[in-house]
Design a protein around this ligand. Structure first.
Ligand code: ATP
Length: 294
C-alpha cells in the first residue's frame, strides 16, 4: 500500500460540564461527545524523499509543525523510525477553530492512517496513548461515536449510539480562543450544570426528546456573552423547527437537532437564503459499529 484516504469526522458536544480547575490551569471536564457525518478528507502517501510535506485547501492554515496533523506525522516518524517520506493532503470541510475538533480529528486520522500505511500493528489504545500527547480531544477522535469523556477529555467511556438525528451547524466568521473561554469561566458562579447521567439514560433509551431537553454546555456562559449573536442563532434554529439547540465545545459553532429530514432541509435552505451566517452546514449524527456490540 502506497497511499491511504481517510474521513476525519467532526464532533459536537451533547453536554459539556466543567467540574474543577487544576493547579496547572487545566480543567476537569465531564462531557458527552458525539461524532457527526461532516468530515475532512485526509490523504496520506509514502514518498521516496525523507521528509514530511503537508498541503491543505485553506491557504492561511499552517502547513508546518504548527499544524497538528503534521505534528502527528513527525511523532510517528520519529517513534517508529520511518525512513520514507510522508505526504499529507488535507481537504478541510470542518470550519477551523469552531468547537468541532477539526484539528484533533485530522491529527487522529494521520495517526490511524500511518499505522495502516506502514503496517505498524498498533492497537487503538496505543494510538490513543500517542494521541493524548498531541491534544486532549485526539483520543476521542480515534474512538469516535457517542462517548462520555472525563478528566481533561482523555478518559473515555463508550456509550450506546445516540439515535439518528439531523444536525444544522451555524458558525459566524468570528473565532474564539478555547484558552480564553476557559480562563474567563467563573466556575463558582455557575448554578446550572448538565444532567450528564440523565442524558446518558436517554441515550440508552433512544429517547430523542430527553436528549434534546438535556443539551447543556457551561461554556455558553462565557461565549454567548462575548458573541450575543449566538443566542439569536440558537433561537432561530428553534423557530425553524429544531428540537433543541446548543453551542459545541467552546464555540462559536451552535447546532440544532432535528428529528426529520424535511424540517432540517427546509431550515437549512432558509438559513442559506437569509445569507448572514458564514458557515451553514446540514449534517447528521454519525455512529460507528463498535466491536462487542456497543
Ligand atoms: P476543539 O473543538 O478541539 O477545541 P476547534 O474545532 O475549536 O477544536 P480547531 O479547528 O482544531 O479548533 O483549530 C484550533 C487551532 O488549531 C486553529 O487556530 C488552527 O490554526 C490550529 N490548527 C492546527 N492544525 C490544524 C488542522 N489540521 N485543522 C484545523 N486547525 C488546525
Amino acid at each position: 500500500m502506497k497511499e491511504i484516504k481517510l474521513k476525519a469526522r467532526a464532533k459536537i458536544n451533547l453536554t459539556l460540564d466543567v467540574t474543577g480547575r487544576r493547579e496547572n490551569g487545566y480543567h476537569d471536564l465531564r462531557m458527552i461527545m458525539q461524532s457527526i457525518s461532516l468530515y475532512d478528507n485526509v490523504f496520506i502517501k509514502k514518498t521516496d524523499k525523507n521528509y514530511i510535506k503537508l498541503k491543505s485547501n485553506i491557504d492561511w492554515l499552517p502547513s508546518d509543525e504548527r499544524n497538528i496533523a503534521y505534528k502527528a506525522a513527525m511523532i510517528m516518524k520519529e517513534k517508529f523510525n520511518i525512513k520514507e517520506g510522508i505526504f499529507i493532503s488535507l481537504d478541510k470541510k470542518i470550519p477551523v477553530a469552531a468547537g468541532l475538533a477539526g484539528g484533533s480529528t485530522d491529527c487522529a486520522a494521520v495517526l490511524v492512517g500511518i499505522n495502516k500505511l506502514f503496517k505498524l500493528g498498533l492497537s487503538k489504545k496505543e494510538l490513543m496513548d500517542i494521541g493524548v500527547t498531541l491534544g486532549a480531544d485526539v483520543p476521542y477522535c480515534i474512538m469516535r461515536g457517542t462517548v462520555l469523556a472525563e478528566g481533561i477529555g482523555e478518559i473515555l467511556t463508550p456509550l450506546p449510539p445516540c439515535p439518528d438525528m439531523h444536525v444544522i451547524l451555524l458558525k459566524p466568521s468570528v473565532s474564539v480562543s478555547t484558552a480564553t473561554v476557559y480562563k474567563s469561566l467563573d466556575l463558582p458562579s455557575i448554578t446550572e450544570h448538565p444532567d450528564t447521567e440523565g442524558v446518558i439514560e436517554c441515550i440508552k433509551n433512544k429517547d430523542k426528546d430527553g436528549i434534546a431537553n438535556g443539551l447543556s454546555n457551561v461554556l455558553e456562559t462565557v461565549t454567548l456573552e462575548l458573541h450575543p449573536q449566538l443566542k439569536e442563532y440558537k433561537e432561530r434554529l428553534i423557530k425553524k423547527g429544531a428540537a433543541s439547540s446548543l453551542m459545541s465545545g467552546s464555540g462559536p459553532t451552535v447546532f440544532g437537532l432535528f428529528y426529520d429530514k424535511e424540517t432540517a432541509l427546509k431550515a437549512y435552505k432558509e438559513f442559506k437564503a437569509e445569507g448572514d451566517i458564514k458557515h451553514v452546514i446540514l449534517t447528521k449524527i454519525y455512529n460507528t459499529v463498535r466491536k462487542g456490540g456497543k
